[in-house]
Ligand binder design. Sequence first.
Ligand SMILES: [Zn+2]
Length: 228
Amino acid sequence: MPAKRKTEPGARRRGKRADRADRADRRGRVDWLWVAGFLARLGVAGVVLGGVLVLLLRHRDVRALVHYSEPPEELTMPVQGVPPSAVKSTWGDPRSGQRTHEGIDIFARRGTPVLTAAPGEIIRVGRDRLGGNVVWVSGSGGCLYYYAHLDRFASGLRVGQAVTSGFTLGQVGTSGNARGTPPHLHFGIYPGSNAFRAVDPAPLLQARAHVVPLPSLVVVASQSFVGD
Ligand SMILES: [Zn+2]
């Protein structure tokens, strides 16, 4: 019996140590499984929540993209009076903060009208840190069209507004991070078919401009503007 008493506590102690080690092992394994499960649930919830948000908040944008899914029949140079030959592609050039230039810059006098390159629906009119006064249009070809650094917006411009190609959005300026640079329009195209990653607009404009000339009304207005 004494031997039993001597061995029992030792056995219990060994048992406790073993149990603790087992529990620690189990806890370690269970913890990782739990974390993995938690992250998986969070991921699924995030996808579901994101999907709901997309459906609720961006319904208008998605509807516009579907509505304007056909490729553009005509393109307008997005700065009035600037010929396509004057557009140099600076797409992909390095920019601050390890960014690349996701568009082209079309230089013109401050105040030159900024026109829609393609028909669509305005989905954002606002002010951003980089883009300054910006307009986003969900338009032809299921693309998002981005117009930035505007000096001012055209009066009455509003989200949800349907616009034709060549519609006046505002005026060329230097708002946002273009401050201190020569006035220009930053123009970007983000096709839905490219997962909304930017493509170079320059070849598109250069290829289409001679096929589809600017509306004569715009050319006349441009000449009268330049003469002022
Ligand atoms: Zn730019």
